[in-house]
Design a protein around this ligand. Sequence first.
Ligand code: MG
Length: 309
Amino acid sequence: MTVMLGDPIERRRADLVTVDERFALVARGDENVERLYAGGRWLEGPVYVPAWRCLLFSDIPNDRILRWDEVSGTVSIFRQPAGYTNGHTLDGLGRLVSCEQGNRRVTRTEADGSITVLADRYDGLRLNSPNDVVVRRDGSIWFTDPPYGITSDYEGHKAEQELAGCHVYRLDPSTGELRIVADDFARPNGLAFSLDESQLYVVDTPRKHIRRFDVKDDGRLAGGDVFAPCEAGVFDGIRMDADGRVWAATHEGVHCFDPDGTLLGKLLIPEVVSNICFGGPKRNRLFICATTSVYSWLLTTNGAPQPYS
Ligand code: MG
């Protein structure tokens, strides 16, 4: 039996808004939301690491990756400086893949702790500041590249943008080939594959919507219609659950969408939410990075299996 040594800082009643009755299918779990940590400045990029029973997340302006230990409930520094990391995910071998906004690159942390640079330039020009990343089952690494890490020194290092736009990229780590797969975004941000990987959802933050693309056999994208608009500020990170629902970070909390695009319901959070992920041994715990704090909520659904979520 697992003994939980660490108590959350606070438990508060889950503040739910049901928009569609189907939301009850996922929201019949814990009545309370737990606040696990409250010492950040702008928290982002949560990833649950099953092998270590921990959540890693970025505290971007403080240039550190923090580690919440699931067994003890304690939070410690995993890496600092950290290249102003933002989004993280795990690849198919459980290795940490990170967007380093400050270093303007995507990296992988190897089993021995060394860091491998996967991508830092396109066509000889430096990337803007990779923001969020997801790995497909074939090993390809897909990431977004808005300029949030170079527009000021707050979340990285102020610098000129070298590339003409803010694109979505696909990297083949076996060959190093980096390809632009979408070039018509204002500032692409969170992204997630559908369960069968035939579709890719990508947030365009300033346009306040999520788009959905078809993924071709050769890895190219088609379509890209708006899947859902944001009715509370802007979207940032998104994740997929095991039934194909899309969970999205907004300015008022987390919104849950059916695959048909219907807004099913909301979990309101008292801070602006940046990003989310599923975790816990059963992947039925939603971790929420929200400005200064990390919250969690136990669901009656599960996150999509790794490596997608
Ligand atoms: Mg983001």
